[in-house]
Design a protein around this ligand. Structure first.
Ligand SMILES: [Zn+2]
Ligand SMILES: [Zn+2]
Length: 154
């Protein structure tokens, strides 16, 4: 699997291959050195058991989906249907809108889940079985604050 560590200082995203992850990585943007503790299940792509950046064991799942792409798609669909609507082809306009929504749903359903660390927002992608639960706002609030206090951002 590979994971994307988030720099604790400047929020740069730093991709790492778990198989041959070093003991520490250096942020390419700000030079911050981030120690990594990559467990055996992480290296073997078997499970996300412990976060290599913050050593936390609390994760949630989310769809591997770029909200900007989804939004662009919806806007494009709306723009095309407006053109048909303008020319009095209401039915075509509605079908385009409906079609765009259907394709959106279809794409969303086929997206893979990725695992995210509640504390430091490291993202994990790989073939390992997904065991984390859905995002919980209260848990996120508590754990993010705990982590930010620990790294001195609050
Ligand atoms: Zn940085
Ligand atoms: Zn973490």
């Amino acid at each position: 699997m590979h994971f994307i560590a988030v720099c604790s200082k400047c929020d740069a995203k730093l991709p790492v291959e778990a198989v041959d992850a070093p003991a520490a990585i250096t942020c390419g943007r700000c030079g911050q050195v981030i120690p990594l503790v990559v467990t055996a299940p992480l290296r073997a792509d078997q499970a996300v058991d412990s976060c290599p950046v913050c050593s936390g064991g609390d994760f949630y799942m989310r769809k591997d989906f770029d909200p900007k792409v989804g939004l662009a798609f919806v806007i494009a669909g709306a723009a095309i249907s407006v053109v048909f609507y303008w020319f009095g082809m209401d039915l075509v306009a509605y079908s385009v809108l409906g079609g765009a929504a259907l394709i959106d749903l279809f794409v969303y359903g086929r997206l893979k889940d990725l695992t995210v660390c509640y504390r430091c927002h490291t993202e994990f992608r790989g073939a390992y079985p997904r065991t984390a639960s859905a995002f919980d706002l209260h848990t996120a609030d508590v754990l993010e604050q705990e982590y930010e206090r620990r790294i001195g951002r609050r």
